[in-house]
Write a protein that binds this ligand. Structure first.
Ligand code: ZN
Length: 302
């Protein structure tokens, strides 16, 4: 056994200091090359290469032995190496079977199914809910994993029965200044540019009524596109402003809310005529746009 862990076989006639030392100087670089080659491979390849190396060393050694003694004895080495390689391959083949999927990980669309209204999927009653553009351009995720950001999470000061523990929207993450877009075609019914908003906690926001009567709101904006006014028509994926932290200083995010008419077909937007709905099923089915469309809003005809 050499210092490198390689096995060298020596014939008794060769085992004198002169020949042994001369042999080591010549052999050692060859063994180092083999070891370096092994290190760059996967464990399975490495074992096979190592097996072949041992085989090669065995053959070289027994050839050398044969030259001295006339006895050919490499067959024993070959069988041992093949047995080890074969058993390793069998063990690896067992590990190559795909492990079962861990429980609890579902596709987002399976996790957030579309709710029904009178046995009809809500996105058939309100067709604008189908094919939304995600409200944050170049968003990193369709939907936050943190339950504290979800619809119905605990919030104080909101008294709406349909909002669970108080949160009537979803808090979507993003840096201040990221472009926000309309999720679907519609008309701006509210453009609030005051920093705290009318109620002191919504911040700057925009509320859009879509063609089917449903409404989406975009709160805590850093800036609302200064070309926009209430009454303007906007298109899906149209730039409406930027993500910010107005009324929630230091915590930039988009509070995104969805309301639908209590009476489908109505366009009434007064308090009580709409109810908040969890936008999650429609966000997870939305498409993230990479570039906000900075087009001019279509002004209403007077
Ligand atoms: Zn929120």
């Amino acid at each position: 056994m050499t210092a490198n862990g390689a096995v060298e076989l020596w014939h008794a006639d060769c085992w004198n200091e002169d020949r042994r030392d001369a042999q080591l100087v010549r052999e050692e670089p060859v063994i180092q090359v083999v070891i370096a080659e092994v290190a760059r491979r996967t464990p399975r390849q490495a074992f096979i290469v190592a097996g072949c190396s041992v085989l090669a060393i065995g053959v070289i050694a027994s050839t050398a032995l044969a030259q001295h003694t006339g006895i050919v004895s490499s067959q024993v080495s070959v069988e041992v190496v093949l047995d080890e390689t074969t058993s390793l391959r069998t063990a690896n083949a067992e590990r190559e079977i795909a492990p079962p999927k861990p429980k609890g990980i579902q596709r987002l669309e399976d996790q957030f199914t579309v709710p029904t209204l009178d046995d009809k999927p809500l996105d058939r009653v309100f067709s604008s809910l189908r094919g939304w553009t995600h409200p944050i351009a170049s968003a990193d995720e369709l939907f936050p994993g943190n339950p504290a950001r979800h619809f119905g999470a605990e919030r104080t000061g909101v008294e709406r029965a349909e909002c669970g523990a108080g949160h009537c929207g979803v808090d979507l993450d993003g840096p201040r200044g990221r472009a926000l877009v309309a999720v679907a075609d519609g008309v701006l019914i509210t453009v609030e540019r005051r920093e705290l908003g009318g109620d002191g906690r919504s911040g700057r926001f925009v509320r859009i009524q879509h063609d089917d009567g449903s409404l989406t709101s975009y709160m805590h904006m850093d800036a609302v596109d200064d070309r926009l006014q209430a009454g303007d028509r906007v298109r899906a994926a149209q730039y409406i402003g930027t993500l910010g932290d107005s009324a929630v200083p230091g915590v930039p995010h988009l509070h995104f809310a969805l309301e639908v008419q209590r009476r489908p077909g109505s366009r009434d937007t007064t308090f009580g005529s709409t109810r908040f709905i969890d936008p999650a099923p429609f966000l997870v089915r939305s498409t993230i746009t990479e570039s906000a469309e900075r087009r001019h809003a279509v002004k209403p005809a007077f």
